[in-house]
Write a protein that binds this ligand. Structure first.
Ligand SMILES: *Cc1c(COP(=O)(O)O)cnc(C)c1O
Length: 360
């Protein structure tokens, strides 16, 4: 068996220790004589797994007690619709900040339910974060939505914008758990699992209690945060196995020193890769403004598109895979989520230097 360094943007690599635990517990979870996949979600064993996962996530993120933590289905994309359905009446206005591909998708979906005011648009080729003082917010808006990390563009907010008393809603799919964050600054945080949490399909929603009374009456119950919260996310059968995997990842993060430990590692990994790009004399380029470069997703280009395939072929031979950029952008993209060890980044920068020596 050979494990590769997988730089996929999502579904993404999981920690080897977690995969080993899943393997060891597959046929017989702790004397139950069955796998977690086969258990009743109402049974004592699974309820314990679910509660432990929620408690660990609350501890990692220091989620205050006046927030609900939900484990739902449909990925982050389901929440693009669930956010307006849960937070606004038809005809209401919500402010959206557009920093790239995922913001645009969130905006497109929200427009089906309410009036979207694009309060700020990074524009151009979406390589910056629009400064907060230029945002045109709507007085009385239902909420303000933004994307703290644009997974495709590699653009990241390095501080939380202040929007006063209006609920701030964040799609944290590709940056949650990468470092500490002050949950109290947000009305709602949601994150698809397949980047830093676990298997695709699961989505974690963290919502402040006072926002649970605003859902439209026609909101489907599986997307209704209040209904789901009242039932411990078990109004219907939850994604039990994914929830269990997420719990194993949370425990792994705790063993790495929690989010402070992840922050230290993630800062060091991204600094190493950006330094390699910056010190390549223009051979490798990253288009993003230095003060909003993502720690999690690092896009870069080579001197010509004709070098892309040779770069990818050589990388694959060196055990470095899924480095092709998003189909809409081209070039390369290395995703450095929590599960990517420093050894993977070391192998990548070594390969990049070698490739430049051969082709530069
Ligand atoms: C991956 C991603 C999504 C989409 O998640 P799905 O699970 O496919 O719905 C949404 N937003 C961001 C920022 C992402 O990185």
């Amino acid at each position: 068996m050979t494990r590769v360094y997988n730089f996929s943007a999502g579904p993404a690599a999981l920690p080897v220790e977690v995969l080993e635990q899943l393997r060891d517990e597959m046929l017989d979870w702790r004397g139950q004589g069955m796998s977690v996949m086969e258990m009743s979600h109402r049974g004592k064993a699974f309820v314990g797994i679910a509660e432990r996962a929620e408690a660990d996530l609350r501890e990692l993120l220091a989620v205050p007690s006046n927030y609900k933590v939900l484990f739902l289905q449909g990925g982050a994309t389901a929440q693009f619709a669930a956010v307006p359905m849960n937070l606004s009446k038809p005809g209401a206005v919500a402010d959206y900040v557009n920093t790239g591909a995922w913001s645009k998708k969130a905006i497109g979906e929200a427009k089906r339910y309410l009036k979207v005011n694009v309060a700020a648009d990074a524009g151009g080729n979406y390589s910056t974060v629009p400064p907060r003082d230029g945002w045109k917010l709507t007085p009385g808006a239902a909420y303000v939505h933004y994307t703290p990390n644009e997974t495709i563009g590699g653009v990241e907010f390095h501080s939380v914008p202040d929007v006063g008393d209006v609920p701030l809603v964040a799609d944290m799919s590709s940056t949650i758990l990468s470092r500490p964050v002050d949950v109290q600054r947000f009305g709602v945080i949601y994150a698809g699992a397949q980047k830093n949490i676990g298997p695709a399909g699961l989505v974690v929603v963290i919502v402040r209690d006072d926002l649970l009374d605003r859902a439209r009456p026609d909101t489907p119950t599986v997307f209704d945060w209040k209904a789901m919260g009242a039932d411990g996310s078990m109004l219907n059968t939850p994604a039990t196995y994914s929830w269990y995997v997420a719990g194993a990842v949370f425990q792994w993060i705790k063993r790495q020193g929690g989010l402070a430990g992840m922050e230290k590692l993630n800062r060091a990994k991204s600094e190493k890769l950006y330094a390699t790009i910056e010190n390549s004399g223009g051979f490798y380029r990253n288009p993003v403004a230095p003060d909003c470069r993502s720690w999690m997703n690092v896009p870069f280009t080579l001197p010509g598109a004709d070098l892309d395939q040779p770069f990818l072929d050589g990388a694959k031979a060196a055990g470095l895979v899924t480095l092709a950029g998003h189909r809409s952008v081209g070039g390369m993209r290395a995703s450095l989520y929590n599960a990517m060890p420093m050894a993977g980044v070391d192998a990548l920068v070594e390969y990049m230097a070698e490739f430049q020596r051969l082709k530069g």
